[in-house]
Design a protein around this ligand. Structure first.
Ligand SMILES: [Fe+2]
Length: 220
């Protein structure tokens, strides 16, 4: 190979997208509680249609109807997202934002999927898995490269590579009981069709930043 005419370049991978992936501690009991609450609500409510293709999508009031297990998951999600959020405009110690949260349940039978979408108006969005539906290889969450169209308009397979690593256009996350994954709400995502034998059960959460002053005004 011809000798390089330049010094070894520094490579800066800029504008990172933060994906938080963790597992709730002692999740078995939590999942039992969530499963029971979801089954009860599903029997009483027809659900709503959003990005889901097939399956049951509950209303977004799960915090109100699913009791203590929902509150435990909500608190864990707020704690996780709060730990990875920083207000650059903060002066002093008084927070300018309170984190609000809405959540809903998804019960996906074999064949169900979700179209590509984002969650406008929120800061973080998260998915928690109660049951992988018997097949962790299907029903994966797909996170889509937000930097469209890059150079892919002309050459879809041509990607930038440096130091042995090349960029990804889609990143897939497998469902797994107890797993909690959070990502910026503007990130487009979809869910591949579920192929397991039983229903996959997941919970979606939105974390919103509510200006503290507005909240105080509303309370008056
Ligand atoms: Fe979503």
């Amino acid at each position: 190979m011809q000798e390089a005419a330049f010094e070894r370049p520094g490579v800066r991978a800029i504008f990172p997208t933060h994906i938080l992936e963790t597992r709730i501690k002692d999740f078995a009991a939590l999942n039992d509680g969530l499963r029971t609450a979801i089954a009860a609500h599903m029997g009483a409510d027809p659900g709503i249609a959003r990005s889901n293709i097939g399956g049951w999508h509950s209303d977004t009031e799960m915090l109100q109807w699913a009791g203590a297990p929902a509150r435990r998951l909500a608190l864990a999600t707020l704690q996780l997202c709060g730990a990875y959020t920083h207000d650059k405009g903060l002066r002093g110690e008084t927070p300018r934002f309170e984190m609000g949260l809405e959540m809903w349940a998804n019960v996906s039978p074999p064949g169900a999927s979700n179209q590509v979408h984002a969650h406008p108006g929120c800061v973080w969005s998260a998915v928690y898995y109660v049951d992988d539906g018997g097949d962790a290889d299907s029903g994966k969450l797909v996170l889509h490269d937000p930097r469209f169209p890059m150079n892919r308009m002309a050459a879809p397979d041509l990607v930038f590579a440096a130091d042995g690593a090349m960029e990804e256009m889609r990143v897939e996350v497998a469902p797994e009981p107890g797993k909690l994954i959070a990502f910026p709400s503007w990130l487009m995502h979809s869910v591949k069709p579920h192929r397991g034998a039983r229903d996959r059960i997941s919970i979606a959460l939105n974390v919103m930043a509510i200006p503290v002053r507005k909240q105080q005004q509303a309370a008056r």
